[in-house]
Design a protein around this ligand. Structure first.
Ligand code: ATR
Length: 255
């Protein structure tokens, strides 16, 4: 019987994941499906409660349900625990298992596109939401010792600081240019730069001359942040590879 995997989110229709999984399934001749399902916040509990009898082998979870997925997974690994969110679910011996592949996807993308990216900090992470947690996890595990988190609401950055420890410092977005001084790696984890959205107030000359600037936004592929970095002669990596690499572990689990 064809194996079925799901993607839940709210919204979900904009996601490129069904395109990626659909391509891989047909390319490798796998009898399976990957279905995007729009699940509202109020319905996510019911979705997870009925999952064991739904016929799905597992699936992906996107915003805003990653914390709920973490809460509902029975077996979780250390990465999921550290990030506090789950984006990939599968069943083992009838038990719902969960991990978070965003950190892996982020690091794999840079390994592929900018080898040596992890050779030194300081690192500047813009944003303090779920994506930021995954990026900070990756940076910590690659040995970054000076991780500066700048966020519009500094309180959320402070929460990350208390969760991830003394290698992380918390700052407000208004002091971005000060915090950026000498940074060798910049990661945007906010939605700023997405089509029609606002701009990140960062002066490129503040950064180290060999800095790498990367964005998790991939629509457009070259965000205003990446464009100004490129024009300033800095190295850039777009966010599409992170999406591809975070999708791989799921395929291995389900199909
Ligand atoms: P995700 O799980 O994708 O990271 P999230 O948890 O909603 O999503 O986090 C969104 C991030 O983008 C946050 O850092 C948010 O800043 P706040 O914590 O201050 O809300 C940031 N963000 C979203 N819109 C923004 C805007 N217009 N200006 C500045 N930051 C913004």
């Amino acid at each position: 019987m064809a194996k079925r995997a799901f993607l839940i989110g709210d919204p979900v229709s904009h996601s490129r994941s069904p395109l990626i999984h659909g391509h891989w399934l047909s390319k490798h001749g796998i009898a399976g499906s990957y279905e995007a399902i729009h699940v509202k916040q109020a319905d996510v509990g019911a979705f997870f409660s009925s999952l064991a009898h739904s016929g799905f082998v597992g699936g992906n979870v996107t915003v805003p349900h990653k914390e709920a997925a973490y809460a509902h997974a029975v077996v979780k690994d250390g990465i999921a625990d550290e990030i506090g969110a789950v984006n990939t679910l599968w069943f083992e011996e009838g038990k719902l298992c969960g991990t978070n592949t965003d950190s892996y996807g982020f690091a794999q993308n840079l390994d592929e596109r900018a080898p040596g990216w992890d050779s030194g900090g300081p690192a500047l992470v813009i944003g303090a939401g779920g994506a930021s947690r995954a990026v900070i996890h990756a940076l910590k595990s690659r040995g970054f010792a000076d991780i500066r988190v700048a966020n519009r609401s500094v309180e959320r950055a402070r929460d990350l600081q208390s969760g991830f420890g003394p290698k992380v410092s918390a700052h407000g977005l208004e002091s971005l240019d000060e915090v950026a001084q000498g940074a060798r790696l910049v990661v945007n984890t906010t939605s700023l730069g997405m089509e029609g959205d606002g701009k990140i107030p960062l002066t490129m000359s503040r950064l180290h001359h060999s800095a790498l600037v990367t964005d998790i936004v991939y629509v457009p592929l070259e965000t205003p942040l990446l464009k100004s970095a490129r024009l300033a002669g800095l190295r850039t990596v777009d966010g599409l590879g992170m999406l591809l690499h975070q999708a791989r572990p799921g395929v291995e689990k389900w199909f």
